[in-house]
Design a protein. Structure first.
Length: 201
C-alpha cells in the first residue's frame, strides 16, 4: 500500500495536481501511522515473552541522543528541544537502535502530550558508575493517580491520547534489558521529568 501511494504521489507531483497530491500525502501519513502501531504491538508481545534479540556493542550516547533530538524536532513544529551533556563522550554497552527507540519514545511522548510552544530539555550526565539522561518538559504535568501506571502496557497518560499506550512500556523494557532503570516525577501545572539510568563503561 505504501509503495503504491508513493508511486501515485510521484505521478501527481509530475502533473502538478495539488489536490490529489495533498490527499495522497495524508493517506501516506496514515499508512505510516498504522505501520508504527503494528510494530509497537509486535514489540510489546515479544517483550512480554522475552523474544526480543539485542545486539550489544559499545555506544557513545552523546551522538546517539543528538540524532534522536534531530528526529524528534520533526514531530511537532513550535517545540523547542535542547540537549546538553557533561562530557564529550559518554559510553555504555547496548543495542544502539533499541536505545534510540526508547529515548525517542519518551521524547515524543513529552512533545505530543504538551501544548504548543513547550520546551523540552535533555541533560546527559554521570552519577558514579552510571549515566543518567533526564528528559524535562514544562508541559501540563501528570496527575499522581496516573504516574503509577505510566509504564504499563496500554497505559495512556490522557484520555485525548491517540496512541495505543505502548511507547513508554516498550521504552521501559528496553532500558531494563540494558541493566538500567527509568523513573518519572511530575507536578501538575509545572512539568515532568523522566530519568533514564544506564551503566557506564
Amino acid at each position: 500500500m505504501q509503495c503504491y501511494l508513493q508511486l501515485v504521489l510521484r505521478e501527481t507531483s509530475a502533473q502538478n495536481d495539488a489536490t490529489i497530491r495533498n490527499r495522497v500525502e495524508r493517506s501516506l501519513a496514515q499508512v505510516s501511522r498504522i505501520s508504527q502501531l503494528v510494530d509497537q504491538m509486535i514489540d510489546a508481545s515479544r517483550f512480554q515473552f522475552g523474544q526480543i534479540p539485542f545486539d550489544f556493542q559499545e555506544i557513545d550516547l552523546v551522538p546517539m541522543i543528538g540524532e534522536v533530538v534531530d528526529t524528534a524536532r520533526q514531530v511537532r513544529s513550535g517545540t523547542t528541544i535542547a540537549f546538553t551533556h557533561s562530557e564529550e563522550s559518554m559510553m555504555t554497552r547496548g543495542d544502539e537502535s533499541r536505545l534510540e527507540q526508547a529515548t525517542l519514545n519518551v521524547l515524543t511522548n513529552a512533545i505530543l502530550h504538551s501544548q504548543d510552544g513547550v520546551r523540552v530539555e535533555l541533560s546527559l550526565g554521570r552519577d558514579k558508575n552510571d549515566l543518567q539522561l533526564q528528559i524535562i518538559d514544562n508541559g501540563p504535568g501528570i496527575p499522581d493517580e496516573t504516574l503509577g501506571t505510566l509504564f504499563q502496557r496500554f497505559s495512556r497518560g490522557s484520555a485525548l491520547s491517540s496512541g495505543l499506550g505502548l511507547g513508554l512500556y516498550i521504552a521501559r523494557e528496553i532500558v531494563i534489558a540494558h541493566g538500567g532503570s527509568i523513573d518519572v516525577g511530575s507536578t501538575v501545572g509545572t512539568g515532568t521529568t523522566v530519568t533514564i539510568t544506564l551503566p557506564a563503561i
